[in-house]
Design a protein around this ligand. Structure first.
Ligand SMILES: Nc1ncnc2c1ncn2[C@@H]1O[C@H](COP(=O)(O)OP(=O)(O)O)[C@@H](O)[C@H]1O
Ligand SMILES: [Mg+2]
Length: 285
């Protein structure tokens, strides 16, 4: 028994696994190459932490019914469906999904780059212009997701990949996404990036919930540190910080307001606030 599929395993009669890109609570992401074209792809496998395998097959843990597993698998494959409908250069492209080995997979473009979290740790906090230029690209991706009627649900620096040469960015990881306006069901919480309303059972989420996380990502790029969690902020709420210019600080404060109604209503409104004065964004056109 092992957790990851070994290098050399062929999936869907088409993709040969050549390595592991990442592992999280719900899945394993592999680097694979097409047997015919040798093009590289990233393939995400639904494989929750703690599960095991028999040969290649996922084994459902004894405390879970197969119908409960099936519904989780369906919501995983739903991530792929959401992504199939979104075509925007800052959102990772998904090509297909399939079932195999008693679980499910989706095939994505392979993004050459590192997580924004690692990027900032490696190069240090970004200056305001650069942070805003990258932020605009992230916002455009999220705007496209919202336009399709979904919320991302788990925006944070580790779910954004940046290319170290051209600084192009791609949003990945739709494990926490759901239809806009629906009651919040999937319990994906990232302590420092999730808005307060996400900590409540059955709260009603709107685009302003993603906007809170976006504010956190901008804070992270400027400061090099993760924002305080919602609970820490409750204890010593003071969002005064020395990073960025006055206008950028206000954008972060408004995006991360504890009260959803006080944040920007939409990513488009947030973008309008940033763009008029930001000439550098043209570098990314
Ligand atoms: N399309 C991709 N191209 C390159 N690397 C990827 C891709 N998708 C995911 N990864 C890598 O795998 C890691 C885990 O993927 P992610 O979708 O965030 O899953 P989770 O956080 O649920 O494990 C990412 O942080 C990233 O480093
Ligand atoms: Mg992730």
């Amino acid at each position: 028994m092992y957790r990851e599929l070994p290098v050399g395993t062929v999936l869907n009669n088409k993709y040969k696994i050549i390595g592991v890109l990442g592992q999280g609570g719900f899945g394993i992401t592999y680097l694979a190459s097409d047997l015919d074209t040798e093009n590289k792809y990233a393939i995400k496998e639904f494989f929750p932490r703690g599960y095991s395998r028999l040969e290649k097959d996922l084994v459902i843990p004894s405390n879970m019914t197969s119908s409960a597993f099936e519904s989780r698998l369906i919501s995983f494959l739903n991530e792929a469906k959401i992504l199939l409908s979104i075509e925007q250069e800052n959102v990772v492209k998904v090509y297909s999904y399939f079932r195999e080995n008693k679980t499910g997979y989706y095939v994505m473009e392979y993004v050459d780059g590192i997580q924004l979290e690692k990027y900032v740790k490696k190069y240090g906090p970004l200056d305001t212009k650069k942070a805003l230029a990258i932020f605009i690209e992230i916002c455009k991706g999220i705007e496209a997701i919202h336009d399709q009627g979904y919320l991302h649900g788990d925006i944070k620096p580790e779910n954004i990949i940046i290319n170290e040469e051209d600084e192009k960015i791609k949003i990945i990881d739709f494990g926490g996404s759901f239809k806009k306006g629906s009651f919040f069901k999937i319990n994906i919480i990232s302590k420092r990036y999730s808005p307060p309303e996400k900590f409540l059972a059955d709260s009603y989420l709107t685009p302003s919930s993603d906007i809170y996380s976006l504010g956190g990502v901008l804070f992270f790029m400027l400061s090099g540190t993760h924002p305080l969690s919602y609970e820490e902020r409750k204890m010593m709420f003071n969002l005064n910080f020395p990073y960025g210019d006055h206008k950028t600080r206000n954008i972060i404060k408004k995006s991360m307001d504890q009260i959803p109604e006080k944040r920007y209503k939409s990513v488009s409104m947030l973008l309008k606030k940033i763009q008029p004065s930001n000439i550098l964004s043209k570098l990314f056109l």
